[in-house]
Write a protein that binds this ligand. Sequence first.
Ligand SMILES: [Ca+2]
Length: 268
Amino acid sequence: MDSLPNEALTRQTGSVFRAHRPQSFTSLSHSGILLQDQSVRWHGREGCAGWARRCPRHEDWGHTNLKMLRQLLVGCAAAALLLCLLPCACGVDQEDAARYFVFSFEGPTLGWSTGGVHLDNPAVVYNIQRAVDVARDSVSSAKFYLQNLNGRAKIWMERAFDVDSSADYEVTVQYSLATADWDGVAPWTILTGVGPRAVSTVDELGIQGTTANRSSSDVGFLWVSKRYTFDAHSSSAGKVYIHIGVWGTTVATRVYYVDSVYISLKRR
Ligand SMILES: [Ca+2]
């Protein structure tokens, strides 16, 4: 298993946070489920701030008129409504034990490494690293390059996540894939899977659908959304490993991009 190249390590960022500690909302525009969860909290926080700014200050009461009284009543009503809604929002946090991660590949790789199998006879050329060619979110993404000389190479990026030891999880992996595989070419196969250990054999790879972008003409790269849910059992060391990659099923040289990776780990 190789680490991502140094240039990737020094330039990549990734937005990683847990649902209970939202840190940034700017990188979430393409992470469907997480966007919904975070939007609830964002609107709640913004609502508090907006009401505080509108509420009249104490020293203004010497000039109180009907308009200000109306503003005060509106502010108090808003506060009462907010107090009613706040326990509901907090309840979502408390009841949902899932952990969420988002990777946008704008900076450090944050634990992602790369790997491959069937890389010889003849030897293939491949790399997976951060690139600014295209991006679904912000300016960069993870670029997969494969000169698939043997027509069967499989390459992926992989990351370990800390969870409870020897426990069952529902794992959701969602991301955007940029692919130029239009209807006129044979698409390759997507690899996405979860396991209690790092992938070392073909049998441990998660084989999914194709890389086709469904375009009837060659229009270059198109972003397609992918979402997979797995039942996973963590290792005794408290790890689950998630991989995302491609299986080159024809002799060809191709490039793919992955961005806006969203991962949730929910204890069953
Ligand atoms: Ca990005």
